[in-house]
Unconditional design. Sequence first.
Length: 420
Amino acid sequence: MPRIILSVNAGSSSVKATFYKLENPPVAVLDAQVSGITSPPQTLKYSTATSKKKEQLKESLGTPPDAFKYLLRRCLTDSDLAQLAGMDDVVFICHRIVHGGDYTQAIEINDETYHNLKKIEDLAPLHNFPALEIIRKCRQELPNVKNIAHFDSAFHHTLPKHVRTYAIDQEVATRNKLRKYGFHGISYAFILRSVAEFLGKPQQDTNLIVMHIGSGASVCAIKAGKSIDTSMGLTPLAGLPGATRSGDVDPSLVFHYTSEASSLSPASTKEMHISTAEEILNKKSGWKGLTGTTDFSQIAVDNPPTENHRLAFDILVDRICGFVGNYFVKLRGRVDALVFAGGIGEKSALLRQAVTQECSSLGFDLDAQRNSHGAEDDKPVTDLTRDYSSDKKEAKPRVLICQTDEQFQMAYHSVNHMKI
Ligand SMILES: Nc1ncnc2c1ncn2[C@@H]1O[C@H](COP(=O)(O)OP(=O)(O)O)[C@@H](O)[C@H]1O
Ligand SMILES: CC(=O)OP(=O)(O)O
Ligand SMILES: [Mg+2]
């Protein structure tokens, strides 16, 4: 039996688990995901080299740890996987942890590192709490398997000081670790590697503006292969609106929204402390607050069902373009490519078209046909730039889709950069 890596990605609306053969690069043998955790019906997608399944779940999985437990049970009873491997063959498990605090690279989980992560859990209670619960269960039930934590925030450890610092009392900022961290970094690392390879450039010579637009959405400016700015902040709430998140608002809005905003929310437990304001801005805003749905494919349509659906689309395009303009200036106009990624960025031709059109004064130029065709199967990068085959293509920044893969990036990083 081969040795196996399991990669777990607990996102805000989905849990994705992929089993890889421990090779370099790792080879996927089974991929399973539960999506719609925030907005039933929940669906299970399931693929191996020989089969693909998609089904609506009858039972409702309330939290990411429930979804993980369910996925594991389904995977281990899968006949395709059973032929390939069993849980005994799993050598280590990679976990996506959104907030890594001051950690600048992936770490192995032991009592000490687990405890350190628990201490900063309140900085991202909605993301880190379920991910750490999954780690706790894995350590308890699979004591012989190594757990490796990969951090979304680690990619952004290169943010310059003036970018990562908030204009507040620095004594309080330092004591409470209040600064911009940035997230979606595992995805940005995958995208940087894939796009640099596609462009035939070393990563350290590559400048990109990348949009990871999924249930949580962010933009990142990459200069010479390093993150120099990103739209999320202390927590994944800052920047762009998302499925249930407001994105940037005037911080004073919290004091005017409801009189209970600063008290602990009823969802708060002994382990997870969140205020009503955090809950409203993280879980009841964004597309859900505007339209009632968290499914952007119902919003990004030619004829939206309501004015608020149209408004939600226009708001997202407006906020994305604000960051693209900002980062274009920070990169001094030297941008190799504008990259769309994440569930929405990869699948919505309408969003790509609207953003590129609004930003056309910066030289981004989309081929309408390529755009409506979308991402090419089995290729991480698809070029959507107009005049793709003309001599002028070198002069223009490319417009690309990158089918990002956080589970693969974690497995790849572990195999190449960690002693395992
Ligand atoms: N064809 C589509 N057009 C627009 N949005 C889509 C489409 N297909 C999926 N989406 C949206 O992608 C989002 C999920 O993206 P994903 O990156 O997988 O999320 P996450 O990892 O944050 O759970 C959902 O809001 C979903 O509605
Ligand atoms: C950081 C973040 O928002 O992650 P996700 O989009 O998976 O919720
Ligand atoms: Mg995600």
